[in-house]
Design a protein around this ligand. Structure first.
Ligand code: SAM
Length: 214
């Protein structure tokens, strides 16, 4: 019989998320519901609920659960928002977002990762995520504006096209900086005014593409 890791998932939520200050009930429920082990390669499945990132192939990673939860909580989703994620990777973050809001767009540069994420999301019955293949440092203009944007790879600065695609009143969370020296930033838009707050030091894979790291 296939293992479903219910106990491991519950412990992850209690110790790594609630225990470290993640308090949004809807966010905690989403982490309890989404089977993270299905988003990691077979050989790492037994490590899926450990406190760290894991390789997903092509030199890329699925992020540490706490960081995924922390970034998600900052978006303050109520269930009605249209959200853009840059860097689909395994599709896990997109699955979490799909449980918290109406419409999710996610964009991935590596076609094979996008295809695998599409298959995994279909396998668990997610229907409100659209996966696009392309350079997400330019955003995804076709579905803009977005009430929330989440970037899961680090570029040298906030990409101007993403600020442009943020809706009035919208929020964006992203890592900014060079390899090994990045911080998480929260941006808010009010009309044509943008405000920025610097949060945690983080370590993400590089954002590639036109507005990414050279
Ligand atoms: N959110 C992912 C998850 O839940 O598994 C983790 C993403 S991984 C840390 C970062 C991803 O960003 C990689 O899959 C990488 O290929 C992708 N990426 C890097 N630069 C990109 C770009 N310019 N456009 C779209 N995706 C990009």
């Amino acid at each position: 019989m296939e293992q479903n890791f219910v106990t491991e998932r519950r412990l992850m939520v209690e110790r790594q998320l609630r225990g470290r200050g993640i308090s949004d009930r809807r966010v905690l429920d989403a982490f309890e519901a989404v089977p993270r082990h299905l988003f990691v390669p077979e050989e790492y499945r037994h490590l899926a609920y450990e406190d760290g990132p894991l390789p997903i192939g092509f030199g890329q990673t699925i992020s540490q659960p706490f960081i995924v939860a922390y970034m998600t909580q900052l978006l303050d989703l109520t269930g009605k928002e249209r959200v853009l994620e840059v860097g689909t990777g395994s599709g896990y973050q997109a699955a979490i977002l799909s449980a918290l809001t109406a419409e999710v767009h996610t964009i991935e540069l590596i076609p094979a990762l996008a295809e695998r994420a599409r298959a995994t999301l279909a396998q668990i019955g997610v229907t409100n995520v659209s996966i696009h293949i392309g350079d997400g440092s330019l955003g995804w203009e076709a579905a803009a504006p977005y009430d929330a944007i989440l970037v899961t790879a680090a570029g040298p600065r906030v990409p101007p096209p993403l600020l442009k695609q943020l809706a009035d009143g919208g929020r964006m969370v992203l890592p900014v900086g060079e390899r090994g020296a990045q911080v998480l930033e929260l941006w808010r838009r009010e009309g044509e005014q943008f405000s920025q707050e610097t949060l945690l030091p983080v370590a993400f894979v590089p954002l590639r593409g036109k507005e990414g790291l050279k």
